[in-house]
Design a protein around this ligand. Structure first.
Ligand code: UDP
Length: 247
């Protein structure tokens, strides 16, 4: 379903978990990964002027609405997406499946301290998962080592938390690596390590997670400036569609 040029899969969180788990269950242990991209309003705006990113999103195997803004915009346009499926929520649910299946999971991203904290915490919560990982600040040599490590490990799930769009471009540029599914997870490694707190349920229920994050990290304001522009564009596009349909 198209939202301002980005094609989203109309899928719920439960369905996304099922689809990704199905891909991993059917993976031969050798083939290149399916790519999952979660796109928020900032991502939609970025893809409009970043042709390489637009290409990556177009070729991805699953594209979900990361944020209530995308879900609302899809409704204005008359093609409502069922719900938001964030990278953090999808990754968390997939780890529960990974625990049951004993998958190999590779985390790539965040600072060394944050990654270490996340691996320790996740190791406690999901002890049957085979954990691997590297921090997300590497040079060319470091990248070579990461690639070699992934080739050796052949993770079922490759979770890349280097922020959008860097993580999604990185995955696309390494599509020949052996992994079941690769997906970008933004700042989720920092949430697992406890370095960044997710909005309390109260804020999330009010659909104000974005405001909570902005208040805690005011430096995000620059990125969030894309939101009003996204809203105006989506509303106008929806209005045009409704007029055309005579509503
Ligand atoms: N990051 C990284 N390598 C980089 C730049 C960023 O690993 O070169 C990490 C950073 O430490 C943080 C995450 O990427 O853990 C970005 O988090 P953010 O919340 O900004 O991502 P978003 O979900 O908003 O895209």
């Amino acid at each position: 379903m198209d939202v301002l040029g980005v094609g989203f899969d109309p899928i719920t969180l439960d369905q996304a978990v099922e689809r990704v788990a199905g891909w991993i269950d059917g993976w031969d242990g050798d083939s290149p990964p399916r790519q999952v991209v979660t796109v928020n309003p900032e991502g939609v705006m970025l893809a409009r002027r970043h042709s390489r990113l637009a290409d990556v999103v177009r070729r991805a195997d699953l594209v979900t609405a990361d944020g209530i803004g995308v879900v609302m915009a899809s409704a204005w346009m008359g093609t409502p997406l069922p719900e938001r499926v964030t990278g953090a929520d999808l990754a968390e649910r997939l780890l529960a499946v990974a625990q049951c299946r004993g998958w190999r999971v590779y985390l790539l991203g965040a600072s060394s301290a944050s990654l270490g904290g996340a691996l320790a915490e996740l190791g406690r919560r999901f002890p049957d998962v085979q954990w691997h990982g590297r921090h997300g600040y590497f040079d060319e040599l470091g990248e070579k080592e990461i690639v070699e490590e992934i080739v050796r490990i052949r993770p079922h799930l490759l979770l890349v938390g280097m922020g959008a769009p860097r993580q999604d471009l990185w995955i696309a540029a390494h599509r020949d690596l052996p992994a079941g599914v690769a997906m970008g997870i933004g700042g989720t490694i920092d949430v697992w390590s406890g370095m960044v707190k997710r909005a309390p349920v109260f804020w999330r229920r009010l659909r104000l997670e974005w405001l909570y994050r902005l208040l805690r990290q005011p430096s995000r304001i620059r990125r969030q400036l894309a939101l009003p522009r996204f809203a105006v564009l989506a509303w106008t596009a929806g209005l045009g569609k409704r007029r055309k349909n005579g509503h």
